[in-house]
Design a binder for this molecule. Structure first.
Ligand code: E4P
Length: 216
């Protein structure tokens, strides 16, 4: 399973990279807006910082506009994946971009029907937003399981990129469901490593060692 980091913050990307666990980056307009005014420079720096795929999202809602934006976005680097919203206009853009050889990530997906359309259109990734579904008392992971099953039935090449992740259990359940990618917020990446029994285990080993070898 691949791990992407869900951020537009360079410090977070650099720190996460140090651990060698990050295969790519996803951004969105909210995350980029949070980083300040020079979003173009920010996108350029992110694409240079990361070897793997970097999702950059279009703002337009019409297919022609999305395609124009995509032509500009891919100039930021060979690793750019153009994020396209899950609409019929978006699907038109995805098909066109796939035919041009541009990889796309279909975003704000909330149903298996939408995911089926995205795969038919030739998306490289589908992004089901599971945290936002959970907030509506609808189990987001059910959607991931449905998409994985449907794609498996027809050998679609579209990768399932689980998005809107809130905590480590989302990552574990996404892995159990057979999702290809989890895009994790910076904090969740570190939460994945935590367990109080691990801390206690390390502490007791060191205590025992120091009893016999107090000088280290
Ligand atoms: C994914 O690519 C999105 O950027 C992200 O996961 C959105 O999730 P949110 O619900 O945390 O905004």
């Amino acid at each position: 399973m691949k791990f992407f980091i869900d951020t537009a913050n360079l410090e977070e990307i650099r720190k996460a990279k140090e651990y060698g666990l990050i295969d790519g980056v996803t951004t969105n307009p909210t995350l980029l807006a949070r980083e300040g005014a020079d979003w173009k420079k920010q996108m350029e720096l992110i694409c240079k910082e990361v070897d793997g795929p970097v999702s950059l999202e279009v703002i337009g809602l019409k297919a022609d506009g999305m395609i124009e934006e995509a032509r500009e976005l891919v100039k930021y680097g060979p690793n750019v994946v153009v994020k396209i919203p899950m609409t019929m206009e978006g699907m038109k853009a995805v098909r066109h971009l796939a035919d041009m050889g541009v990889r796309t990530n279909v975003t704000v997906c909330f149903s298996a029907a939408q995911a089926l359309l995205a795969a038919k259109a030739g998306a490289a990734y589908i992004s089901p937003f599971i945290g936002r579904l959970d907030h509506l008392s609808q189990r987001g992971m059910d959607l991931v399981e449905e998409i994985v099953a449907i794609y498996g039935n027809y050998d679609f090449e579209t990768e399932v990129l689980v998005a809107s992740i809130r905590h480590p259990l989302h990552v574990v359940e996404a892995a159990l469901a057979g999702a290809d990618v989890a895009t994790v917020p910076f904090k969740v990446l570190f939460d994945l490593a935590k367990h109080p029994m691990t801390d206690l285990g390390i502490e007791s080993f060191l205590t025992d060692w120091k009893k016999v070898f107090p000088d280290g």
